[in-house]
Design a protein around this ligand. Structure first.
Ligand SMILES: [Zn+2]
Length: 156
């Protein structure tokens, strides 16, 4: 099977887990904005996903939540980009309908805010994440957090 292995976010190096989550230009900006650069530097040197997870699980609970929420949001974002790329490749056979729902850069001079959240009904705990990007798609600010004692109808 022939596959394009270039990173869909920076379009530069081959995409693997280490590049995507810890070395990609955009990811590095978010790690820094989250104040988690010291963890990123350690994680980029881990030799397997299992070692990376062990390290993350060894951090403080608050840091774990931020790191895991970021990794989840980043993976979601990567897949949105990948889907947009595929939609463009297939534009001739399938017109714009798929592209319509993809993330788009804000107009010049504007910022765009995206947020996600999730929670477990079983534990009443959840996490949230926010990312603000400029007209180039570059990260201006990012944050993530943990919520406790949530109710099912707490979602705002
Ligand atoms: Zn990249």
């Amino acid at each position: 099977m022939e596959m394009d292995t270039k990173c869909v976010l920076c379009n530069r190096l081959d995409e693997d887990g280490t590049h995507l989550f810890f070395k990609c230009k955009g990811a590095v900006k978010v790690w820094r904005a989250l104040g988690m650069e010291q963890h990123r530097r350690i994680l980029e040197r881990k030799s397997s996903a299992s070692d990376a997870m062990k390290y993350i699980l060894g951090t403080q609970e608050r840091e774990q939540m931020i790191i895991v929420t970021f990794l989840w949001l980043w993976w979601l974002e990567r897949n949105r980009y990948a889907a947009e790329y595929l939609a463009i490749c297939k534009q001739n056979s399938k017109p714009a309908q798929v592209v319509k729902q993809m993330w788009k850069r804000p107009d010049r001079g504007w910022l765009k805010i995206n947020s996600e959240g999730a929670f477990s009904e079983r534990t009443s705990e959840g996490g949230w994440g926010v990312i603000i990007r400029d007209e180039e798609g570059d990260v201006v600010e990012a944050a993530a957090g943990k919520l406790t004692r949530l109710w099912n109808d707490y979602i705002v």
